[in-house]
Write a protein that binds this ligand. Structure first.
Ligand code: EPZ
Length: 429
C-alpha cells in the first residue's frame, strides 16, 4: 500500500493549478443518465472516485469516451469525457459498487425519473432510519414513487412516471437536493424544492441541466423551481474549480508560510473560509487568475469556526483548518455541526504534537510552538489531507499511511506541493 513521506519545514512558493471539483464532477456524470444524448464534461479530475463512478455508469449502460491529449495540454490536467446513455440497460446499482462511494447512491434519481424504476443498494454506513437517506426517499415519495427496502436495496417504482411536488427539506442536504433536482427535470408538472442546498456544486449541476434543456429557476437560492420536460438532450459543460482543493492549499500555504498563486481558484465560492484565513493573519488576494495566498513572518492568530451549509464554513475544510490552528498563537474553538463524528483526525494530529481536546461537537485547539514528525494514518479524505498540512510544518519526517483515502479526492497532490518547494513524495511498495 502506498505511503506519503513528508519532511516538514519548507515554505511554499509558486503556483498550484486547481482541478475540477470532485463533488461537482460526480453528480454531473450522474446527470448523463437523464438523457439519451451525449453529455460532454470538460475538466473532470483524475480521481479514484471518478474511476469508480465510471464503472457504476458503465453497468447502467452508459458509453464513455475519453479525449486524448490535445496540443498544449498536460496529460495530468482534467479529462474531457463524453457520456452517452442511449439506453439504460440495467436499472440496478449493485452493492459491491455503491457501498464504496456514497455519492453513487444518487443514480437513484435519474434512473427512476427516466426508466420509472430503479433498484439501488443502500450506501455504506448505518442504513435507513432517521438518516442517512430518509430525505432522499421522502422527496421521491412525494414525487409519486413507491419505495420499498428489500435486502439492503432501495426499490423504487413510478409506473406512470414521477410527478411534480412541493418538497420542503427539514435540513439542508447536498445529496438529497441533487437527487430531487435531477428527478424533477423529467417529472410531470412543477416541482418546488425548499431549503435546497446552495453549494456551488449544486449550482454547477443545475447550470448543466439547464444546458441539457431542463427548466429550472432559483439557481443559487434555497428555493429551486423545476418545470418538468419530456426529454433532456446532450450538452457540453465544464466542471467548476474545486473550492475544497483551493481552500486546502490555501491552508497549506498559511501553515508553512510562503506565497502561492492558486490558479483557477474562485474566491467567490470560498468567501467565508477566505475571511477566516484573513482573520488568522493570512494575506489573500483574489484576481482573474485565481487566489494568491501569502504569509511571511507573522504568526497565526487563533480563530473560532463553526461548520455550516454553504455559504457558511464548509465541513470539508474543517480538518484542514484544525491542522492550521494547531500552530496558532492561542486557543481556537472549532464546532462541527454537519457530521457528528468528523473528528477522526484529532488523534492523528495529536501524534504530531497537537494539543486538542474534544467535547461533543466541539474541538478546542491549543496552539503549540512546534509539531514534530511521526507516523500517522489517514482515516478519511479530508482528515488525511489535514495530516499532510500538519506534516508540512512539523520538524523532521512524517509518514502518512492509507493514502488511498487521499487519492479519492486530491489530484496529484504530492506533485503540486513539491513543485512549490515541499519535501513530499509517495512511496509505493
Ligand atoms: C456532500 O455529501 C459531499 N459529498 C460531502 O463531501 C460534504 O461533506 C457534504 O455534502 C456536506 O457539505 C459529495 O458532494 C459527493 P449531506 P452528502 O446530505 O450529500 C444529513 C467530501 O469529503 N442527512 O449534505 O452526503 C447527513 O447525515 C465529502 O468530499 C440526513 O439526515 O451530505 C448530514 O448530517 C464527504 N438524511 C447532513 O444531512 C439524509 O437523507 C448533510 O449531509 C441525507 C443527509
Amino acid at each position: 500500500m502506498d505511503r506519503i513521506r513528508i519532511t516538514g519545514g519548507n515554505k511554499l512558493h509558486g503556483e498550484i493549478h486547481i482541478s475540477g471539483a470532485k463533488n461537482a464532477a460526480l453528480p454531473l456524470m450522474i446527470a448523463s443518465l437523464l438523457t439519451p444524448g451525449t453529455l460532454t464534461l470538460n475538466n473532470i479530475p483524475r480521481l479514484a472516485d471518478v474511476q469508480l463512478l465510471k464503472r457504476i455508469l458503465q453497468n447502467h449502460g452508459v458509453d464513455q469516451r475519453t479525449d486524448g491529449k490535445r496540443p498544449g495540454e498536460d496529460i495530468k490536467s482534467g479529462e474531457t469525457v463524453h457520456f452517452t446513455a442511449a439506453h439504460i440497460t440495467d436499472t440496478t446499482a449493485p452493492y459491491h459498487l455503491v457501498s464504496r462511494m456514497r455519492a453513487s447512491f444518487w443514480v437513484l434519481g435519474p434512473v427512476l425519473a427516466r426508466c420509472h424504476e430503479a433498484r439501488v443498494s443502500l450506501p455504506g454506513g448505518c442504513a435507513i432510519g432517521t438518516r442517512p437517506v430518509d430525505l432522499y426517499l421522502s422527496a421521491l415519495k412525494q414525487m409519486g414513487a413507491d419505495i420499498e427496502i428489500d435486502q439492503g436495496y432501495v426499490v423504487a417504482k413510478a409506473p406512470g412516471g414521477l410527478k411534480g411536488a412541493d418538497i420542503q427539506f427539514p435540513k439542508v442536504s447536498v445529496g438529497a437536493t441533487h437527487v430531487a433536482l435531477m428527478a424533477a427535470t423529467l417529472a410531470r408538472g412543477e416541482t418546488m424544492i425548499e431549503n435546497a442546498a446552495r453549494e456551488p456544486e449544486v449550482c454547477d449541476v443545475a447550470d448543466c441541466l439547464v444546458k441539457m434543456g431542463a427548466k429550472i429557476s432559483g439557481i443559487g437560492t434555497s428555493t429551486l423551481t423545476i418545470e418538468g420536460v419530456e426529454e433532456l438532450h446532450g450538452a457540453t459543460h465544464e466542471v467548476l474549480a474545486d473550492r475544497i482543493e483551493t481552500g486546502t492549499y490555501a491552508m497549506a500555504v498559511a501553515m508553512t508560510g510562503g506565497d502561492v498563486l492558486l490558479r483557477g481558484g474562485r474566491a467567490d465560492n470560498l468567501e467565508t473560509a477566505l475571511d477566516i484565513l484573513t482573520n488568522a493573519g493570512v494575506k489573500i488576494t483574489a484576481s482573474d487568475e485565481g487566489i494568491r495566498v501569502a504569509r511571511n513572518g507573522n504568526g497565526l492568530q487563533p480563530v473560532h469556526v463553526e461548520t455550516q451549509p454553504y455559504p457558511g464554513f464548509p465541513t470539508d475544510l474543517q480538518a484542514q483548518f484544525m491542522a492550521l490552528m494547531t500552530r496558532a498563537g492561542g486557543t481556537s474553538v472549532i464546532r462541527e455541526t454537519i457530521f457528528e463524528n468528523r473528528f477522526m483526525h484529532v488523534q492523528e494530529l495529536a501524534r504530531l504534537g497537537a494539543n486538542i481536546t474534544l467535547d461533543g461537537d466541539t474541538a478546542t485547539v491549543h496552539g503549540v510552538n512546534e509539531l514534530h514528525g511521526a507516523e500517522v494514518m489517514a482515516t478519511d479524505l479530508r482528515a488525511s489531507v489535514s495530516l499532510v498540512i500538519a506534516g508540512l510544518a512539523a520538524s523532521g519526517e512524517s509518514t502518512l499511511h492509507r493514502v488511498y483515502h487521499l487519492d479519492r479526492g486530491f489530484e496529484t497532490l504530492e506533485e503540486k506541493l513539491s513543485a512549490c518547494g515541499a519535501d513530499i513524495s509517495r512511496i509505493s511498495d
